[in-house]
Design a binder for this molecule. Structure first.
Ligand SMILES: Cc1cc2nc3c(=O)[nH]c(=O)nc-3n(C[C@H](O)[C@H](O)[C@H](O)COP(=O)(O)O)c2cc1C
Ligand SMILES: CCCCCCC(=O)C(=O)O
Length: 380
């Protein structure tokens, strides 16, 4: 996009009144649209919510030292991951049970992601099944996030096989969820979407899971999901086993320690996602953006590093990319877009991120994302 195009775009943006601009405004509108229990579940963090707050505050503690007098009349913010080129550095974080935000749930999000050229990471606990989502976006990029089942690993292998068959391009194993975090908002509201069956899409379509149940009534299915979703005995050995079972790249999500990043390299993992699950799991942990530099130093570009947790603006993404990330995942902001405007809402959120990123890159003197390691970002 040229600067001239951008100017026209900015004028159009200023005339728009239908959709919010900032994260805080999207969140406010989503709170008005969603059921209180569902909004509380989505917006809250674990424990004292220290990490949930820290994730965002931490971005403000890093400051860009821009360069001047570089030609930025054309900005290329494309990235390449696992052999595919994307027009922007954004991906959508796996978020379960999106029907809590909008009746079309993951189907609407998937279509928005595909229309914006953004990979959609489908959760194990999606409302719609991975096959239904794949059918909605036959050519759109989709990755499958796995909650490994400690009680029945065959259920996990079956889901991985289904994802590969349905055209998914990568498997992400989330590793910061050996059990659910200490979530007081949900305890107070008594809201438990998994127990209510909102995340059963992939389970009820899974022959191995269904065969393992004593009966197929609602209670048996929900009990089965609650047993299968936890994975307290998960270790690197199981990650290696998943890798053996698929030809797709395997990533681990939830890495915060540089030594775990090194373990990922040792076990032949294809990529890592630096994440603290949006502060929903262990409260009091380091912000993702603060964990990133030491991890990037260890990984030395051997495998892609992605990051989520607290990304609220284009400028947050630019800081993450300059500090060593190869791509950035957007979480709650897209969920709020979904709640506010369905597919169009998610598209708007993504458009805002992309436009602000482009402006940030240009004003930082960076015409190309591949040059971003030269951009100085310091503790400000
Ligand atoms: C409502 C909700 C559901 C989530 N479900 C999943 C999930 O199913 N799998 C997963 O790996 N992460 C899940 N996450 C975590 C996100 O993938 C991501 O790490 C987090 O939202 C990033 O933080 P942010 O939204 O504050 O930027 C969920 C997050 C939210 C808010
Ligand atoms: C064992 C953890 C289950 C969490 C399911 C959804 C999720 O990731 C989240 O709410 O966060």
């Amino acid at each position: 996009m040229t600067v001239a195009n951008r100017d026209i775009l900015m004028k159009n943006i200023s005339k728009e009144t239908d959709f919010p601009l900032s994260f805080e405004e999207w969140e406010q509108k989503a709170a008005e649209k969603m059921m209180p229990g569902g909004f509380g579940y989505a917006s809250s963090g674990a424990g004292r919510e220290e990490t949930a707050k820290r994730n965002q505050e931490a971005f403000s503690k890093w400051a860009i030292v821009p360069r001047m007098l570089n030609d930025v009349s054309k900005v290329d913010m494309g990235i390449s991951l696992f052999g595919r080129r994307y027009p922007s550095p954004f991906l959508l974080s796996p978020i379960g049970m999106q029907v809590l935000a909008h009746e079309e749930g993951e189907l609407a999000t998937a279509k928005a992601a595909a229309s914006m050229g953004v990979p959609f990471l489908v959760s194990t606990v999606s409302t719609y099944s991975l096959e239904e989502i794949a059918a909605a976006i036959p050519t759109g990029s989709k990755w499958f996030q796995l909650y490994y089942s400690s009680v029945n690993p065959e259920v996990s292998f079956s889901m991985v096989e289904r994802a590969e068959k349905a055209g998914y391009e990568a498997i992400i194993i989330t590793v910061d969820t050996v059990m659910a975090g200490w979530r007081e908002t949900d305890m107070r509201s008594q809201f438990s979407p998994l127990s209510q069956g909102y995340g059963k899409g992939n389970y009820i379509q899974d022959p191995v899971f269904m065969e393992s149940l004593p009966s197929h009534d609602h209670d048996s299915i929900v009990t089965g999901i609650l047993e299968n979703i936890q994975h307290p005995s998960l270790t690197w050995k199981e990650i290696a086993e998943v890798k053996k079972r698929t030809s797709l790249p395997v990533l681990v999500k939830g890495i915060l320690h540089p030594e775990d990043a090194e373990m990922a390299l040792e076990y032949g993992v294809d990529g890592i996602i630096v994440s603290n699950h949006g502060g929903r799991q262990l409260d009091g942990v380091i912000a993702s953006i603060d964990a990133l530099p030491a991890i990037a130093e260890r990984v030395k570009g051997k495998i892609p590093i992605l990051l989520d947790s607290g990304v609220r603006r284009g400028i947050d993404a630019v800081k993450a990319l300059a500090l060593g990330a190869n791509g950035v995942l957007i979480g709650r902001p897209f969920l709020y877009g979904l709640a506010v405007g369905g597919q169009q809402g998610v598209e708007k959120v993504l458009e805002r991120f992309m436009q602000e990123t482009e402006v940030t890159l240009a004003l930082s003197g960076m015409a190309d994302l591949s040059e971003l390691s030269r951009l100085k970002v310091v503790r400000g």
